[in-house]
Design a protein around this ligand. Structure first.
Ligand code: HOZ
Length: 411
């Protein structure tokens, strides 16, 4: 395997370490092949909001496996999941299930181009929307470190159809819309950016973007692969009260198995084959194991106080880390919304990709290594997020804060 991995960030390249190989997980913990235990804040990069091996998810998947792992034909579980997604998201009338966030975004962009009969798309610098050709322009996540400014293998002609503006800067987006009048099919954005570290939208920014799209007859696509079901049952769009035309979902919507979704207004979604002629297909789309894991997970999210408990624990973690940094004189800014957060080694505010890049990477690397050695598993890159799950106990978090203070003291 190139780099020994199947997804670049796992190689620990950005923290200059050798990755640990994981043998198993349970609740808030993972265990490496040498038997070491770690409190896990990666949680498979977001899907495991209920923690590893939640008994309800495991037993549902076991039962589904006994009935058959794949049919390539319609099943009741797909319908049930589609209904759950449509009722959770006000903006989604119809949904198509796919297997990854990358696929969901590819389909969303194709739909937007077909609906508007325009070719340009606008994205924000540092936002990451999967690894399709059009989306690797000024992208965050692992791509930020490898594909500067453009990923080899993406033809310049294709990349030239992707325009970029600064996140959180409405004037920057307005300028692009002015320059490409009546030519922009859609604007795609992570409503809360989580692939340049976590960066929250400024007050009114998403609303202004909605207006800008409307004034230019362009579609607004929210990539809620990370935020959908994490911040709220109904996504970031519910919290910020902005209704996109198309929404991309992934991660939690698969409950730890490969499942993602693209959904939106019926008149747009009806362009998809077999009703319309926009083509998209997949052998494992709506796979019975994945849809079963998803349904079991979404049911857990509906239990009383699920999100308020997550908020309480995540706030405890944020406060504890900030106070540990203060006590040890470490410059630190934490951006957090709900159970999604990032620590930036800087005293300055982080509101866009440029700000994120000014944080001290050397301190991050040493912090990461110190935490790992002491049993806390963080994302091995300064441009990724920390995920708190419902399985993280107060004790886990207190231990994390204590460990961080210890490590900060040695930086
Ligand atoms: N693209 C993911 C981070 N935003 C990483 C996926 C993985 O390596 O599993």
């Amino acid at each position: 395997m190139p780099g020994g991995v199947n997804s670049p960030v796992r190689a620990f390249g950005s923290v200059e370490k050798t990755p640990v190989f994981i043998a198993r997980g349970k609740g808030s913990k993972i265990y490496d092949i040498a038997g070491n235990e770690y409190i896990d804040y990666v949680c498979s990069w977001g899907p495991l909001i209920a923690g590893h091996c939640h008994p309800k998810v495991v037993s549902a998947v076991n039962a589904a496996a006994k009935r058959g792992t794949s049919f390539g034909a319609p099943t009741i579980a797909e319908t049930e999941l589609a209904e759950m997604i449509c009722s959770a998201f006000d903006s989604i009338d119809k949904v198509r299930l796919v297997s990854s966030g990358t696929e969901a975004v590819m389909t969303a962009v194709r739909l937007a181009r077909a609906f508007t009969d325009r070719k340009y798309i606008l994205k924000m610098e540092g936002c990451y929307h999967g690894h399709s050709d059009s989306m690797l322009v000024n992208a965050g996540s692992g791509s930020a470190e490898f594909s500067k400014p453009l990923c080899p293998g993406v033809p310049k002609e294709i990349a030239s159809l992707t325009l970029a503006a600064e996140y959180n800067n409405i004037d920057s987006a307005a300028k692009v819309f002015d320059k490409y009048k009546n030519e922009i099919a859609c604007c795609i954005i992570e409503p809360v950016a989580a692939n340049m570290g976590v960066v929250l939208p400024k007050a009114g920014y998403l609303q202004s973007l909605r207006k800008l799209c409307d004034n230019n007859k362009s579609l607004l696509i929210f990539d809620e692969v990370i935020t959908g079901f994490r911040l709220y049952y109904g996504g970031a769009q519910k919290i910020f009260n902005v209704r996109p035309d198309i929404t991309c979902l992934g991660k939690i919507v698969g409950g730890g198995l490969p499942c993602a979704a693209v959904g939106g207004r019926a008149e747009i979604m009806n362009l998809l084959a077999p009703i319309g002629s926009v083509y998209q297909a997949g052998t494992l789309s709506g796979n019975p194991l994945a849809t079963t894991a998803s349904i079991a997970t979404l049911k857990l999210l509906k239990t009383k106080n699920f999100y308020s408990k997550l908020e309480e624990n995540s706030k405890f973690l944020e406060k504890g880390l900030l106070s540990a940094a203060k006590k040890t004189n470490i410059p630190m800014t934490i951006n957090r919304i709900g159970s999604l957060m990032s620590c930036f080694f800087t005293k300055n505010r982080v509101e866009n990709f440029e700000d994120a890049k000014t944080a001290n990477v050397k301190l991050f690397k040493t912090f990461f290594a110190g935490m790992l050695e002491r049993g806390v598993y963080l994302a091995p890159s300064p441009f990724e997020a920390m995920f708190v799950s419902a399985a993280h106990s107060k004790k886990d978090i207190a231990k994390t804060i204590f460990t961080a203070q210890n490590v900060f003291g040695k930086l």
